[in-house]
Design a protein around this ligand. Structure first.
Ligand code: PLP
Length: 367
């Protein structure tokens, strides 16, 4: 029996050749490919600046640092996300507040963000769940009223559009963070990127990515550099960047194929799933369905060669966050979504025969 996971990378000969070419070159890291990848992401998204990093987690961390988030501040994000969307604020010593999600998209609800704003709130991190953009115009409006930074967690959403502009353009935000982990839409093995239109934020992001080092003015043609803040080594390698450049060229095809698969499931399974809003043209990362007895379904799916995944256990229910006082009942929409969600296989290398096979197995389970 063929085994299917919920997501996997698509690697072709162009991707492999791009990586091999770098391995034969002079620079495995700190070479020209990283800049070329950053330029390509700017070209694709329309953002002015891009900083490639070794993961989206690192990208979210330096985005928080660039925004000046620190101890005593509060940052608002969705409870229905991967840990890193919240942890990035904690890395800086700030506190995390959550705002509940919409039932039909699993995206953060703008009105809920408003409810959790205090005079300590400095930033909001909307997460574009399953690839569909949050309602960024509303979120930007709220952020403007309260003088907040907006950092988009677009780990799911490279290739997606919101009101006909690309996610990552930063038209409605200060910074956008992408992930290139193999389950995401394009991959660099591990990797991420932050886009922005602000030169000031860009310079800070570059410094925090590399030890807080600056080399400018008279230093450029000498050995000199200055460390002006405490930074990290969050650099992406040229090997990764070369893979990213090649993958980015395939992104529009990935998007088309992912939508075909989503349409196929919608039409042939007819199980409760998330809906897409009019403002969205998503490059879908996940296809979650909502199942009454999810645990039973999960184990039956496994017996049928479908290794599915649950996205996500609400972050506020993790022991670490419960320690700061969060408990069951705090975010009912996220908790209810979690009780029923499970993500079906969604990746471009699935063939039409795979889709028929997967659909048949699922129908056999839900009957
Ligand atoms: C995957 C993911 C991340 C973290 O990405 P890494 O590149 O693995 O660090 C952050 N946020 C969300 C919503 C994700 O899905």
């Amino acid at each position: 029996m063929k085994i299917y996971g919920y997501g996997r990378q698509s690697i072709n000969d162009d991707d492999i050749n791009a990586v091999v070419e770098v391995l034969k070159s002079s620079y495995l890291t700190c070479g020209p490919k990283v800049k070329e990848f950053e330029k390509a992401i700017c070209g694709y998204t329309g953002a002015k600046y891009c900083v490639a990093v070794n993961s989206a987690t690192s990208g979210l961390h330096i985005a928080m640092l660039a925004a000046g988030i620190s101890k005593g501040d509060e940052v608002i994000t969705s409870p229905m996300t991967f840990l890193a969307s919240a942890n990035c604020a904690k890395f800086t010593g700030a506190d995390v507040k959550f705002a509940d999600i919409e039932k039909d998209t699993a995206n953060i609800m703008p009105q809920e963000i408003k409810k959790h704003i205090t005079n300590k709130t400095k930033a909001v991190i909307p997460v574009h769940f399953a690839g569909q953009s949050c309602d960024m115009e509303k979120i930007q409006q709220i952020a403007k009223e309260h003088n907040l930074y907006v950092v988009e967690d677009a780990a799911h959403a490279i290739g997606s559009d919101y009101k006909s502009v690309k996610v990552g353009s930063c038209k409605y935000s200060d910074m956008t963070v992408f992930s290139f982990h193999p389950v995401k839409t394009i991959t660099t093995a591990e990797g991420g990127a932050v886009t922005t239109n602000s030169e000031e934020l860009y310079n800070k992001l570059c410094a925090f990515r590399a030890h807080g080092m600056h080399k400018d003015g008279d230093m450029i043609n000498t050995w000199e550099y200055e460390m002006r803040e405490l930074g990290f080594n969050y650099r992406m390698t040229d090997v990764q960047a070369a893979l990213g450049i090649s993958q980015l060229k395939r992104l529009d095809f990935f998007k088309k194929r992912r939508r075909e698969i989503v349409d196929f499931y919608n039409k042939n399974l007819r199980l409760p799933h998330l809906i897409e809003k009019d403002f969205s043209n998503a490059c879908f990362h996940l296809y979650p369905i909502l199942i009454e007895n999810r645990k039973d379904f999960y184990f039956k799916a496994r017996e049928n060669g479908l290794n599915l995944q649950v996205h996500y256990i609400p972050v506020h229910l993790q022991p670490y966050y419960r320690n700061s006082g969060y408990k069951k009942g705090d975010y009912p929409n996220a908790e209810n979504y979690y009780e029923h969600c499970i993500s079906l296989p969604l990746y471009p290398d699935l063939t039409n025969d795979d889709l028929i096979e997967i659909t048949q197995r699922i129908k056999g389970i839900v009957k």
